[in-house]
Write a protein that binds this ligand. Structure first.
Ligand code: DGP
Length: 122
């Protein structure tokens, strides 16, 4: 399992890699050796947090480390609890590719909560 970032696992042109490296500011709510969580710049719910692996991975479709993906999902659940979303519920979602609506090509899980979420999504 990859535990540290290095040049080979970081894309300097990727905005989320730059957030992970601290060179672009973000409101960070949690971080561990593998993943970090920060508030979305354009929140779609009262709580809208993004959870990313520190290592650059384009999307879930190209994820090659189940521990890394699982670690990010576990952090998503921790962050949701810390936001007070545990009782009312929340949603964790990842967008993949053009039709999935992915705009940032670094795997991220959206944690959304604090209001009634609708289904199916648009
Ligand atoms: P997606 O469409 O699934 O790729 O979501 C990308 C999300 O990333 C979108 O909700 C807005 C957010 N975002 C884009 N740029 C930044 C940024 O520089 N900082 C933060 N905090 N969020 C960003």
């Amino acid at each position: 399992m990859t535990e540290t970032m290095n040049e080979a696992t970081t894309d300097p042109t990727c905005i989320f890699c730059r957030i992970a490296a601290g060179s672009i500011p973000a409101t960070v709510v949690a971080r561990n050796h593998q993943a970090m969580a920060f508030r979305d710049l354009n929140p779609q719910a009262p709580s809208h947090i993004l959870v990313i692996p520190l290592r650059h991975v384009d999307s879930l479709a190209s994820a090659d480390n189940p521990c890394e993906v699982g670690g990010a999902l576990a952090l998503a659940a921790e962050v949701a609890e810390a936001e007070g979303l545990g009782e009312g519920g929340y949603r964790v979602v990842t967008n993949i590719g053009r039709d999935g609506g992915q705009t940032v090509q670094h795997l991220h899980f959206h944690v959304l909560g604090g209001r009634q979420l609708h289904w199916p999504p648009g």
